[in-house]
Ligand binder design. Structure first.
Ligand code: ADP
Ligand code: GLC
Length: 477
């Protein structure tokens, strides 16, 4: 059967609102699918954080009242077109005027409302999706609601694909809470359906009710079948193994383009790396590093959470800073890591630079001006930062897990091949040896140039991912 219409639903999307890679992927996928002949629309909450320049362009399509159990709630649907894609925004200031993620039950309620609002909005817009592509737990109740509360409700039978970007966050809450808000029957509160470990679990609901399941790299698709990575979902994933696939993310190569990036000091490319030196000088000066340009800069741009291997960095950084290298970090998140990096910045002012917070242009300047990008993740569903770094000729140093295995070819001293450096065991000393190898290759200029070129010439664009998603959508109808 011919399918054309896809609605992507997520809690965040570039260029409107981003807290991590999910937004990059939703935005890049939406932008790429029209080239594959898909009519794609995107639906996200109207978060207060959306830039004013966009807020001013939104048009209201519908306003109505919906019910969360006995509560009457406002629902506004607004829209705007961006890069040839129509975006819908679910408007309710009770839920989306504050942080994108409020934490705890307040966050659960934000996204239970969102799930209900998305289902109700399907009757208010002039678009009949063949497939609804859902992303992460925030959208997890939608397949269940469509199958149990809306059968025969829409013009077409709608299929659902649920993509896991990060299985660590599952949307757990007491069953009475979700029962009350969405009007669910008690029989759903069972391990066969949405219960896991004594809680109602929105990710589990999606894994049970979605027609297909995917995740963001082939390697992570295998890993989540195991308890260490599956975090309680491995049984359900194994039971549905034939419905699970892994599609590697790509990056937005227009947004991240060293040859045409307005945020960086000077343009450069694989065939002319001169601009990269200017970017390094500017970055060094921006962070007032007291090192000469021969000293390698190792950088991180990351959410500060244990997933990203920050416990290894905490353990090893002071020893690493005794070597001839400088360190730059841009990130925000857990206070214990923020405090640690404040301490490092204060103790090693000329050798380290730290910016706690979220800053998009600075991220570009760091990708462009650094020599190495450190990403020693404990687990990593895909990871975009290592691909962005490669595109800017900044060699990633990664732990071999999840998508990092699918995207970084470790340097091989015998063949001279590689697009980065890697270590396998989650151990600070193994990480330090990988960094040590990178620092020694840094002094071997012909090899360094070759690795940089290899990395920059990789095709990490979203096109291949879009082609695979299209094939998956088509296999569903
Ligand atoms: P995750 O989604 O787990 O955070 P990814 O590597 O998939 O990890 O994507 C992270 C994205 O968020 C990258 O585009 C990265 O550059 C960006 N990012 C992370 N932290 C910051 C920050 N503090 N400021 C700007 N961009 C950031
Ligand atoms: C999640 C994962 C990250 C992935 C991103 C986009 O945030 O932690 O590995 O790249 O989603 O899929």
């Amino acid at each position: 059967m011919l399918m054309r219409n896809v609605l992507i639903v997520a809690s965040e999307s570039m260029p409107f609102v981003k807290t991590g890679g999910l937004a990059d992927v939703v935005g890049a996928l939406a932008k790429s699918l029209p080239n594959e002949g898909i009519d794609v629309r995107v639906m996200i909450p109207k978060h207060a954080r959306i830039k004013a320049e966009y807020q001013d362009q939104l048009e209201t399509i519908a306003t109505t009242t919906i019910y969360l159990g006995w509560r009457e709630k406002y629902l506004g649907v607004q829209s705007m077109e961006k890069d040839g894609v129509l975006y819908y925004f679910i408007d309710n200031e009770d839920y989306f005027a504050g942080p994108v993620y409020r934490g705890d039950d307040a966050e659960n309620e934000q996204y239970l409302y969102f799930c209900r609002a998305v289902c109700e909005t399907l009757s208010l817009i002039d678009f009949d999706p063949d497939v609804i592509h859902l992303n992460d737990w925030h959208t997890g109740m939608i397949p269940l609601l469509l199958k149990t509360q809306y059968p025969g409700h829409f013009k077409k039978e709608i299929r659902t694909l649920f993509t896991i970007h990060n299985i660590e966050f599952q949307g757990k809450m007491g069953f009475p809470f979700v029962k009350d808000i969405l009007g669910l029957p008690d029989w759903l509160n069972s391990p066969r359906f949405i219960e896991a470990g004594g809680c109602a679990n929105m990710m589990k609901a999606a894994l049970v009710y979605a027609d297909r399941i995917s995740t963001v790299s082939p390697n992570y698709a295998n890993e989540i079948m195991l308890p260490y990575f599956g975090l309680g979902m491995e049984g359900m994933l194994r039971a549905r193994r034939t419905d699970v696939s892994g599609i590697l993310n790509g990056i937005d190569t227009q947004d991240f383009d060293p040859a045409a990036d307005p945020a960086i000091e000077a343009p450069f490319s694989a065939s002319d790396l001169n601009g990269k030196r200017a970017c390094k000088r500017a970055l060094r000066d921006e962070f007032s590093l007291d090192v000469n340009l021969q000293t390698p800069i190792v950088a991180m741009v990351t959410r500060l959470t244990s997933q990203k291997g920050l416990d290894l960095v905490k353990y090893a950084l002071e020893e690493l800073l005794s070597k001839d290298m400088a360190f730059i970090l841009l990130g925000s998140g857990d206070k214990k890591y923020e405090n640690f990096f404040h301490y490092i910045a204060a103790k090693y002012p000329g050798k380290s630079g730290v910016w706690i917070g979220y800053h998009e242009e600075l991220a570009h300047r760091i990708y462009a001006g650094s020599d190495f990008f450190l990403m020693p993740s404990q687990f990593e569903p895909c990871g975009l930062s290592q691909m962005i770094a490669q595109r800017y000729g900044t060699l990633p140093i990664v732990r071999e897990t999840g998508g990092l295995v699918d995207t970084v070819a470790p340097y091989n001293a015998y063949t001279g091949e590689g697009t980065g450096f890697a270590f396998s065991t989650f151990n600070a000393h193994d990480m330090m040896s990988a960094i040590g190898l990178a620092l020694s290759v840094y002094r071997d200029k012909p090899t360094l140039r070759k690795l940089r070129k290899n990395a920059m010439l990789l095709d990490n664009s979203f096109r291949q991912s879009a082609v695979r998603y299209k094939a998956l959508y088509q296999s569903m109808v």
